[in-house]
Design a protein around this ligand. Structure first.
Ligand code: GDP
Length: 205
């Protein structure tokens, strides 16, 4: 699947104001600076669709983009920004959890993880929370170009081992990407396309 059109629709902090259309959507989330904006731009083949930000945590909004006129890509704020206040963090968590719990059009989430890092509890806890709330998700490892193949494999194995230790019976789908080298996004698009087909079959107009 190729992205031939990608348009910004709306930003907000309130799930009830998200687009009221019955088309499938996919949410991208991860820690600040994980490479989310770069990946969204790479997937959509546009330079500045998602704003890459020099100050992590700056974009605290739910951003909807319409892709190929038939699905939504949702850019969620980066979590784990240490410099925001506790009250702000709570507020932030609430609108994100509301989004995941209330958004019926959400088909799957993509949790982005920087491939260079050891498994982080913030990501593992978030996976746990998604599981407990029956929200399907995949993992996207970002910045693959920053490691040699052996180190990449070692880090992915560390992660999958941790996930299985956390009582998951099977692993979620895993994608490995580099926005710099423009690799990995095609497989994500193929996966989204297959889920879109299932969505249309189970939700006929
Ligand atoms: P966000 O905060 O998650 O949206 O992250 P950004 O997309 O703004 O990226 C954060 C930083 O990582 C920027 O300096 C990017 O240039 C860099 N970056 C993002 N993706 C890649 C990648 O695939 N490879 C490399 N080498 N750098 C990347």
């Amino acid at each position: 699947m190729q992205v031939h059109s990608a348009t910004f629709i709306i930003s907000n902090t309130d799930v009830s104001k998200c687009p009221n259309t019955a088309i499938p959507e996919y949410a991208f989330i991860g820690r600040s600076n994980v490479g989310k904006s770069s990946l969204i731009n790479a997937i959509c083949n546009k330079k500045n669709l998602a704003k890459t930000s020099s100050r992590p945590g700056k974009t605290q909004l739910i951003n909807h983009f319409l892709i190929n006129k038939n699905w939504h890509l949702v850019d969620l704020p980066g979590f784990g920004y240490a410099r925001v206040s506790k009250t702000h963090k709570k507020k932030f968590q609430k609108f994100i959890t509301d989004y995941f719990k209330q958004r019926k059009q959400l088909v799957s989430a993509f949790l982005l993880i920087d491939i260079r890092h050891e498994p982080q509890s913030i990501d593992l806890n978030f996976m746990q929370w998604l599981g407990e709330n029956y929200i399907p998700f995949s993992i996207i490892f970002t910045k693959a170009d920053k490691l040699k193949p052996a180190a990449r494999e070692r880090n992915i194995n560390n992660y999958t081992r941790k996930i299985l230790e956390n009582h998951w019976e099977e692993l979620p789908p895993i994608f490995i990407t580099s926005s710099l080298h423009k690799t990995g996004s095609e497989k994500i698009l193929i996966y989204i396309n297959s889920l879109n087909k299932d969505f249309t079959e189970t939700n006929p107009l």
